[in-house]
Design a binder for this molecule. Structure first.
Ligand code: NAD
Length: 445
């Protein structure tokens, strides 16, 4: 099949590449000319494990192309995946300007039956808006061309995106059109070989499923963070509690890790968008509101622990910070707890030496230039270099190389043997024996 994927970010690039890997001919479109140029030069603009070789081999085989020209891409295909961003607006609602902009552009060039697929995460009712936007442009051109709009939300996880796309838990397709259903089935059958993973449902059901999934995961994290706060106060080790409840098959072990808050481009914005959807419908989002507030609060916890130990004025102190990405396996720093902590530490007069295995380039481009110019923030060459001359180690993202560090070296390099562990990676008892002072999240130090 010939497909067009519009928006070549984390979702679009992975989607396009994985479809190409299955033998389809895919054109990836993006308005960012620099990004398209880099891709044509064989440079992958994002870090995602396993993605680079797949992009390169499919590009070389001629199954994957990159362009800024949607009209041209549309001439060779009749399936258009919209995978552009839906960032939060001022009021928390999903900003649909990019999705609807693409829909209008499709309407300006559509000349035969096509399926328009909403892959971006969009509020319930967006497929109707996409349909209306395409139709409006067709009417303006005084032509009548049949088309269907399908909701096909994406559930991949950054850091495991290729694996998730290739071997999905489920593929959700919302449509009430038989031809669109057949087309989506044949496209996704390749990813659903050993048992049927394709769930067909109504368009609005599919739109809601994506938000409900992310809100559920965010709820589990916020719940556990709240329990961790109680554990802190009552001298309980939350890691024991985690094991104690995770072993209950009704609860399970996943997504109950306490930490310094969830970030990324999805959970925070999707919870906010669902809250906005509820409020628009005059439904009070009691639980979702609490999930969001707990997370905002949780991003303060590490800093509060730091100031409780070291005082409010941190001038003269240098913090070695491990982890900038919002989670391991990605270079994505959108809404990362590390960014909040950097603002807090630097705002309190501290200097920071930070290191992340993959997010250094993103950090250099996206963090305030003034921090680098003033020397408040230095990006270190490697994880131990971040500790050279630092007073304290703060772990923010649990990348594998941070999990089992050489504590002898850590102790030698730090001016004070003091560790704040935002992801409960280390054993407090062992660190105590090794002469460290340790602060985790909801743990007895
Ligand atoms: N990142 C994830 O892990 C993830 C997972 C599931 C779903 N989603 C959803 O998928 C959507 C995309 O997310 P992302 O993380 O890939 O975003 P992203 O910001 O990485 O990529 C979006 C891309 O769209 C491009 N774009 C914007 N307007 C365009 C237009 N008119 N024409 C062509 N390209 C255009 C941008 O230049 C950018 O490259 C969002 O709705 C997001 O919520 C993301």
């Amino acid at each position: 099949m010939h497909l067009t994927v519009i928006g070549t970010g984390y979702v679009g690039l992975v989607t396009g590449t994985c479809f190409a890997e299955m033998g389809n001919f895919v054109t990836c479109v993006d308005v960012d000319a620099r990004k398209v140029e880099r891709l044509k030069q064989g440079e992958i603009p994002i870090y995602e494990p396993g993605l680079e070789p797949l992009v390169l081999s499919n590009y070389k085989a001629g199954r994957l192309q990159f362009t800024t020209d949607l009209a041209e891409a549309m001439t060779t295909s009749n399936v258009y995946f919209i995978a552009v961003g839906t960032p939060p607006g001022e009021d928390g609602s999903a900003d649909l300007q990019y999705v609807l902009g693409v829909a209008r552009e499709i309407g300006r060039h559509l000349d035969r039956y096509a399926v328009v697929v909403d892959k971006s995460t969009v509020p319930v009712g967006t497929a109707d808006k996409v349909r209306a936007a395409v139709r409006e442009e067709l009417e303006r051109r005084r032509v009548s061309v049949p088309f269907d709009v399908v909701s096909n939300p994406e559930f991949l996880k950054e850091g495991a995106a290729v694996e998730d796309f290739m071997r999905p838990d489920r593929i959700v397709v919302g449509t009430d059109s038989a031809p669109a259903r057949d087309l989506m089935y044949s496209l996704y059958a390749d990813f659903s070989r050993n048992h049927d993973r394709i769930l067909f449902m109504g368009v609005r059901d599919a739109e809601m499923t994506k938000y409900a999934a992310n809100a559920m995961l965010a709820t589990k994290i916020s719940f556990m963070n709240e329990v961790a706060g109680l554990c802190d106060r009552f001298g309980v080790d939350v890691e024991q509690v985690r094991l104690g409840i995770g072993s209950d098959s009704r609860i399970g072990y996943s997504f109950i890790y306490p930490g310094c808050g969830y970030g990324g481009s999805c959970f925070p914005k999707d919870v906010k968008a669902l809250i906005h959807m509820a409020e628009e419908a005059a439904i009070e989002p009691l639980l979702l509101g609490a999930v969001h507030r707990r997370n905002e609060r949780q991003k303060q916890v590490l800093f509060e622990k730091i100031t409780a130990r070291l005082g409010n004025d941190l001038s003269g102190l240098t913090f070695g910070l491990w982890g900038l990405a919002f989670k391991p396996g990605t270079d994505d720093m959108r809404e990362a707890p590390a960014v909040v902590l950097l603002h807090q530490l630097i705002g309190a007069g501290a200097r920071v030496r930070a290191y992340d295995p993959e997010a250094m380039e993103v950090a250099r481009n996206e963090l305030p230039k003034a921090w680098f110019d003033s020397g408040a923030l230095t990006l270190a060459q490697h994880q131990y270099d971040a500790l050279e001359g630092s007073d304290v180690l703060v772990l923010v993202t649990e990348w594998k190389p941070f999990r089992h560090p050489d504590f002898g070296a850590v102790k030698r390099l730090l001016k004070t043997p003091l560790i704040f562990d935002g992801r409960n990676q280390y054993d407090p008892k062992k660190l105590k024996v090794d002469g460290f002072e340790y602060f985790g999240i909801g743990r007895k130090g």
